[in-house]
Design a binder for this molecule. Sequence first.
Ligand code: SF4
Ligand code: SF4
Ligand code: SF4
Length: 311
Amino acid sequence: MGNVYNIDEAREGGKERITGQIFDIQRFAVHDGPGIRTTVFFKGCSNRCEWCHNPESFVSRSQIQYYPNRCVFCGNCVECCPQKCHFIDDGRHIFDRTNCTACGLCTQSCYVNALVLSGKPMTVDEVMEQVLADVVYYEKSGGGVTLSGGEPVLQTDFCLELLKCIKSHNLHVAIQTAGNYSYERLEVLLPYADLIMYDVKAYSRIIYDMYIHGDRDTILNNLKKLDGEGVPVIVRTPVVGSVNDTPQEILSIARFLQDMKNLKQYVLLPYHSLGKVKYDALGKEYENAFYTPASDAMSELKSLAGEYVPV
Ligand code: SF4
Ligand code: SF4
Ligand code: SF4
């Protein structure tokens, strides 16, 4: 291997202290690229899609999720919280987040997982320990490792060290990204990526302004730059009922993609509302009336897009 990551050299250079803020590592993932994969979820995102099913990924700092339906009112969290954030009052558990430092002590005392710590700093070695546990499955299925989020590319330095280490084991790497950052962040990662899964959630400026809250021109321009680099790209659009589920919106995206040289596939994914419970657990409002497009509507959109790009 020509470009072997040398963990000892990295350590001498102080790289062992680089940590990523990670909120989940899912093994045996089958929808995040080819084969069986381990998906590493990075906390922090520069968009704020109003349908996002991972609201715990919005900010990079650690947070506490509280699931009241699991609480058995044992009072353990009341006893252990140094910030006095938990109360049992008249048989009800009240969680006041105002002074919470996300130290995680209460989550360790909650034996029914009503309190969950979302996000923790992890070193390259700690992530690799989980990644390498399933090498045999990657080899058998043609799978590998996917960096997802949130927006992994925002944690550029950590991603770079992690990717060097993954590639030194000759594993396939996919990066899922939404493209809202300065292009240089993605560019330095590309030598270590086998596949980029790039989200284009809309073409119309008004949808970016009303629902995505990211910079449309940056996202679309970064995709064009990426296409000049020779790395295979899959573009994905979550089709969200009442937002972008119209023929003209999907056709606008497909026409924008049609001249790409490295586009392997354009994938339309139906919106689902499974993330709503996470908004409640984070103490956030979720008031939108998005709906899941019907399967025949999805088929129609797919066939329209297929006139311009591989679907
Ligand atoms: S420790 Fe968990 S189960 Fe016990 S009161 Fe707190 S949240 Fe509820
Ligand atoms: S994370 Fe720490 S500060 Fe926050 S509620 Fe739990 S114990 Fe208290
Ligand atoms: S880009 Fe992805 S992670 Fe970020 S807010 Fe949108 S849906 Fe959520």
